[in-house]
Design a protein around this ligand. Sequence first.
Ligand code: DCP
Ligand code: CA
Ligand code: CA
Length: 389
Amino acid sequence: MSGLDKAILHVDMDAFFASIEQVDNPELKGKPVIVGGKNRGVVSTASYEARVFGIRSAMPSFEAKKLCPHGIFLPVRMERYAEVSASIMEILQDFSPLVEKTSIDEAYVDLSGTKRLYGNYLQAAFQIKEAVLVKTGLTCSIGIAPGKFLAKIASDWKKPNGLMVISPDAVAALLKELPVDKLPGIGPKSKISLASLGVNVVADILQIPESSLQKHFGRYSVKLKNMARGVDESPVIPFSPCKSLGSEDTLPTDTNSIEFLRDKLLSLAERLGHRLRSRGLNARSVILKLKYSDFQSITRSHSLPAATCATKIIFDTAFKLLSGCRLDRRVRLIGISVSRLEKGREPFLFPEMNAGDKWELLDNAVDTICGKFGPQVISRGKAAKSLKP
Ligand code: DCP
Ligand code: CA
Ligand code: CA
């Protein structure tokens, strides 16, 4: 892994919709699950157990039924998949502010420059896999490479539950073996026209004259040439320019226990505080979100007299908001978000907190530990109870 200055991760969930169905209904584990075949004409996706029978995304349902008559065909539950998607993106954002979501189940994460922080990128990738598994019960495949297109190819390489690193010194050899249709934008048609030019593997692209490439691919030929050299400078562009940050959790069981919700708020505030501080940001507004067991959601917000990144202030504010909410129904999901973000000048100072404040010390300790071991260690929870906020 030496010499890997630029490190782009591509994270892609395995059999995403089908795996969520298997997590939500453990009886489906290990079985051929086909999502989409029930209320649509085509298959959205199939579990790996169903793929053995040749079932693929976008296949007509009647064909899938022929191939796998004993398959379990389920309707698409998009709202649920979007909810899981959001919590995965949240985990990724704990690892880097530069997260680009490219579809419901995949994203690029730019870890460049965090090498010292995480020990190495491979370890960070393992931590991401673990954090995603713990929070959602799902596996993902991750590719690590010096550029986006290689990272995407790498994540696809060892599916499911894969992890593949393409280090800079391995790029040239790889491009000499990689079939051209592994490149983005090269479908079956382009593959045939490239083959007619004598291009079969990616590195072959460098052998053909610029004019032939131009004729076939127009402006895309520049990008193709760069990819053939292993060069991909396209940046990871965060999907929201950080107007707000949020952290939410679906509870293991629906509850209206104020003690339980309070503990949950504390760990959510902890994560948000850390994310603000690691970005050098302070927030002016705190928003509490509750989703009840009947799926009705409410939000309550409060504006602070001054912007902050202190966990205690975020927690206190959110808890006050929670105390004003009716808990006559059980809560299914609880979340905090912060908005009206400002670049922080002195991230640890806040009028109500003097230096040496136990909470401030804890904030510092949490940030240091996260820097060393990765953000998934955040769970002040019980430890902080003794501090009586
Ligand atoms: N999807 C869809 N229709 C398609 C392709 C995909 O509805 N034609 C949905 C269902 C998938 C999700 O998007 O679960 C993600 O698509 P992927 O291509 O990443 O496929 P999977 O995650 O299902 O499987 P893999 O393990 O191959 O990534
Ligand atoms: Ca996927
Ligand atoms: Ca995908």
